[in-house]
Design a protein around this ligand. Structure first.
Ligand code: SAM
Ligand code: SF4
Ligand code: SF4
Length: 334
């Protein structure tokens, strides 16, 4: 079945949050003031089981999904995540990726690869330990993430993508050092504009360093040229070093929204379907699954949700929309 929404956008990508838990407390995602001791995470019985996730994933693929990205919270903190990867890898024709903070990657990379994972993105916000630990707020050192990236590369998950969220006044000074470090490694560094996902992070426009500023800063030292997108709906704007040092990306969802081509759906760890990263409401697929709905009934429900989708939050962002009760990033994983 090929379904499109009210803006004629097909459903092509599905991000699946394996858990709402994380061993980091990144200031832009799970600040301790909100996600500190006492915060109620979901109970295991309320999470979709791996069998339920795999079943829903297959239904999404029948509806047109070609790529699935596992995310979190932190996906590697859910026990035996490689078992889920193996189940998803068995779905024919699927591009299977995962985003991780890298903390458990050194141990897990080979098992993930062996289970059938094809691509990996590792988040790293600075090479400076003082800056990085202030951002992850869990005392986690840079070296361990670098060891995880090395293990992923050795396991054949190349090229590794590296995500760096840039927050003004926090890690803006790390941009050039990150560019220099990853240039020539074959890994693809991607700079992400800090976004107003959820409400916990207290986002302000002033905290955003725009993609244009990031590119200008790098280009002044390491000349860049643009690269054509590889497909419609690609999230990152691609650039390459003019001297052949490789490629970088910038995800400019605040300064250059890309809703027009947004083909992404998100499934939370408790089985709710979100049609936008900034959604204020969701659709409970777990209830359908646990009430005994057939595959055809679930497919029809998803198709019905997608057909009326009219999300374009980033094109309408304003000081009013920032206040809306939006879902937190740790529930849907970016
Ligand atoms: N825990 C994993 C990780 O950090 O890679 C996966 C989930 S995390 C929510 C997915 C991505 O979203 C990470 O690259 C993270 O840096 C990014 N992210 C989180 N909060 C963000 C925000 N407010 N603005 C922009 N990116 C954000
Ligand atoms: Fe955890 Fe990832 Fe959010 Fe950081 S960005 S708190 S690592 S889920
Ligand atoms: Fe897609 Fe919503 Fe992001 Fe726009 S704001 S690109 S519709 S997820």
């Amino acid at each position: 079945m090929n379904i499109t929404d009210t803006f004629r956008r097909p459903i092509r990508d599905l991000r699946i949050s394996a858990t709402d838990r994380c061993n980091f407390r990144c200031v832009y995602c799970m600040p301790k003031e909100v996600f500190g001791p006492g915060y109620q995470f979901l109970k295991l019985a309320n999470l979709l089981s791996y069998e339920e996730i795999a079943r829903l994933a297959a239904i999404f693929v029948d509806l047109g999904v070609q790529k699935i990205r596992l995310t979190g919270g932190e996906p590697l903190v859910r026990r035996n995540i490689e078992v889920l990867i193996e189940m998803l890898a068995a779905i024919p024709g699927l591009d299977l990726a995962l985003t991780t903070n890298g903390s458990l990657l050194e141990k897990k990379a080979q098992a993930l690869r062996d289970a059938g994972l094809q691509r990996i993105t590792v988040s790293l916000d600075s090479l400076d330990n003082a800056v990085f630990t202030a951002m992850n707020d869990a005392g986690f050192p840079v070296e361990k993430v670098l060891a995880g990236i090395g293990a992923a590369s050795a396991a054949g998950l190349n090229p590794v993508k590296i995500n760096m969220v840039v927050k003004r006044g926090v890690n803006g000074d790390s941009i050039l050092a990150m560019a220099r470090f990853f240039r020539g490694t074959g890994h693809i560094l991607r700079f992400i504009e800090y976004m107003d996902v959820g409400n916990a992070n207290g986002w302000r426009m002033d905290d955003v360093v725009t993609a244009a500023d990031i590119i200008a800063m790098i280009d002044a030292e390491l000349p860049l040229e643009p690269v054509d997108p590889s497909y419609r709906g690609e999230v990152a704007n691609r650039w390459r070093y003019r001297d052949g040092g490789g490629e970088i990306g910038v995800i400019a969802s605040v300064s250059q929204p890309f809703c027009r081509d947004c083909t992404r759906a998100r499934l939370s760890s408790e089985g709710k379907l979100y049609t936008c990263l900034f959604a204020t409401r969701a659709h409970d697929l777990k209830a359908l699954v646990r009430e005994g709905a057939s595959d055809a009934e679930i497919a029809e429900a998803i198709a019905g949700i997608w057909r009326v989708r009219d999300d374009r939050y980033s094109q309408t962002r304003s000081s009013q929309t920032v206040q809306l009760p939006k879902v937190e990033m740790s529930h849907i994983g970016g």
